[in-house]
Design a binder for this molecule. Structure first.
Ligand code: ZN
Length: 417
């Protein structure tokens, strides 16, 4: 059992990221959705008698994954664009021809809230089946007052209906909408003067995020957005240095953002500044993989410099990944994170990246009983085995919500019959 205990107040950094708090022959007790005991099986069973006992003998038990960066709520899909990437197109080429984010925006604007809720719930079911129990989601496919609020309301409804925990981020600054193409600063005015105040007042979002990159929002515009967020008491995040080195990591450190995400092109100085300010670096290798960019964030430099590194999927219409196990595999293969570091990044550090470090991300007394059971003998199978779902059971809020133990039994057909 991997408890990853002891970092509820602060994310793990450096060598601590390799410490998983492993208890061999461990057990835990749950009451009313919360963990009430964690320890050796013989100690826990001496103190507690359960009404319902689950065995995980020979399996690996760990905290439910926390996905700290997704764009869950949108309509449509972009598989046609994927083919264009295969043939050499770039994200910016597609965005400039009103595809990519702008295509999904058109489709999302046309879609009713109820339908967006339905789509979001389905996607969460898949994430849950792969071991994720908490997820952050961003708006940003509305890009006007009405549709941004619609997406955030859908996220709220999804959180009420689903057993997974959903944390909401406002990201009106995801792209410049077509109608403001000639006057992007006016769109920033709209966000700061109208949309963000409405969002803050509604309580529909806890964070504000901005896509700072060449051809999207420049550093001045990003700073305006994040300063406005700060004034309105929305915590700050930034899509930083994803496709170019623009100084996104430095901005995150300057403003004191909770996290800076992507960081594929960040400078050593930017990373140092993040370390000094305790900004969490959220790495998203699947986004690099989907866009076929071949440049991953320098997670080794970040870990060695003391940046608390978290890991997410960045699920969105252009990066269709719902499985944190695959993010872990990519972090190991492409970014040379060890399985233990990637697991820490996908649990406790991811929880801190969305300010939930005291509620989820580790197996400790008082935390929500969000637990994933993998059908593998130890944690090193994460990253090593990446082609099938390793999850056997998921417990969310103390309830068994996924049980694949029986369902997957193969049917053997005899050759002679
Ligand atoms: Zn993103």
């Amino acid at each position: 059992m991997l408890t990853i205990a002891g970092s509820s107040m602060k994310p793990r950094t450096g060598k601590q990221m390799r410490e998983l708090g492993i208890i061999r022959d461990g057990a835990l007790a749950i009451r009313e959705g919360k963990i009430v005991a964690v320890g050796k099986t013989q100690d826990v069973t001496k103190a507690f008698r359960g009404n319902y006992v689950l065995s995980a003998k020979g399996k690996t038990v760990l905290p439910g994954f926390v996905d700290p960066h997704t764009h869950l709520v949108f309509a449509g899909s972009r598989e046609d664009e994927f083919e264009m990437y295969v043939e050499g197109a770039s994200f910016m080429e597609l965005l400039n021809s009103s595809d990519a984010i702008l295509k999904t925006t058109r489709e999302t604007r046309r879609t009713r809230l109820e339908k967006l809720v339905e789509l979001g719930l389905e996607r969460l079911d898949t994430m849950l089946a792969h071991g994720t129990t908490t997820v952050e989601t961003k708006s940003g496919y509305g890009l006007n007052v009405e549709d941004e609020l619609k997406i955030l309301k859908a996220a709220k409804r999804i959180n009420q209906l689903h057993c997974m925990n959903v944390v909401s981020t406002f990201m009106g600054a995801h792209a410049v909408p077509t109608e403001y193409k000639q006057s992007p600063d006016e769109y920033i005015d709209l966000i700061t003067e109208e949309i963000m105040p409405r969002v803050a007042e509604s309580g529909l979002a806890e964070f504000c995020d901005v896509f700072c990159d060449r051809g999207i929002f420049n550093t001045e515009q990003a700073k305006r957005i994040l300063k406005c967020a700060k004034n309105l008491s929305l915590k700050q995040k930034i899509h930083a240095d994803q496709m170019n080195r623009l100084g996104g990591a430095e901005i995150a450190a300057d403003i004191g953002a909770t996290s800076a995400d992507h960081l594929n092109f960040s400078s050593a100085e930017g990373i140092k500044a993040m370390t000094q300010k305790g900004v969490i670096g959220v790495v998203l290798p699947a986004a690099v993989f989907s866009l076929m960019m071949n440049r991953y964030a320098d997670a080794r430099l970040m870990i060695d410099s003391g940046v608390p590194v978290a890991l997410g999927t960045d699920f969105n219409a252009g990066n269709w990944i719902l499985n944190m196990q695959l993010s872990i595999a990519m972090a190991c293969h492409f970014m040379r994170m060890t399985p233990a570091e990637a697991i820490t990044a996908a649990t406790i550090n991811a929880a801190h990246a969305i300010c939930r470090g005291n509620e989820v991300g580790s197996l400790e007394v008082g935390k929500r009983a969000d637990i994933t059971v993998l059908n593998v003998p130890n944690h090193k199978f994460l990253g090593y085995s990446f082609s099938v779902n390793l999850v056997e059971k998921v417990i969310a809020n103390g309830r068994l919500v996924v049980d694949r133990e029986k369902q997957d039994e193969p049917v053997f057909l005899s050759k002679t019959e």
